[in-house]
Write a new protein. Structure first.
Length: 168
């Protein structure tokens, strides 16, 4: 089944300068990429992304982590990708490995580059949607329709009077 997956290289992936290594690993899937962007992560975006974990004891730590606030020099950005193709979600999740970097296969992305912080958070470099419903919700949260090269979900046109910045 053809599906879409939201992939995020989290702030630790950027801070550790392993973006190239991570993308090389992901390219083993031969999946298509339909969207790429660099995003400054606000607390609001972080909360919405991880809304299903809001009752977990590590939620506040997780928000700080995804906003890049846990480093001596803050790294408040992530890289976002939409991967598309046959069983995209399953194939990417296989390459990224278990959520817990200690349990992840050493050759997986999380096994090779992740760590557990002293307060017990899994700092695991990369996010990938876990199922079709989550992928759709996350892709719509991180991307606007015009930032995606294919109409993967239905869209409609509306007229707005939104204030926006344009080139001088
Ligand atoms: N997480 C953690 N401890 C846990 C479970 C999750 O620190 O016991 C963090 C980890 O960074 C993980 C994220 O919360 O990637 C989202 O958790 P989820 O259960 O959705 O795992 P994932 O889908 O990322 O494998
Ligand atoms: Mg998840």
């Amino acid at each position: 089944m053809i599906n879409n997956a939201l992939v995020l290289i989290k702030p630790d992936g950027i801070r550790k300068a392993i973006v190239g290594n991570v993308l090389t690993k992901l390219s083993e899937t031969k999946l298509d990429i339909l969207g790429i962007k660099i995003v400054k992560v606000t607390k609001n975006l972080a909360r919405q992304h991880y809304q299903n974990l809001k009752d977990k004891p590590f939620f506040e730590n997780l928000l700080n982590y995804i906003q890049g606030n846990i480093y001596e020099i803050p790294c408040n950005k992530i890289l976002a990708f939409i991967y598309h193709g046959e069983n995209a979600i399953l194939r990417i999740r296989d390459i990224i490995g278990d959520t817990n970097p200690e349990k992840a296969k050493p050759t997986s992305i999380r096994g090779a580059y992740g760590r557990i912080t002293t307060n017990g958070l899994f700092e695991n470099v990369i996010h990938c949607s876990s199922d079709l419903i989550e992928a759709e919700r996350e892709i719509k949260l991180w991307f606007k329709p015009e930032e995606i090269l294919m109409e993967i979900y239905p869209t409609k046109e509306i007229i707005t009077q939104e204030k926006k910045r344009v080139w001088l």
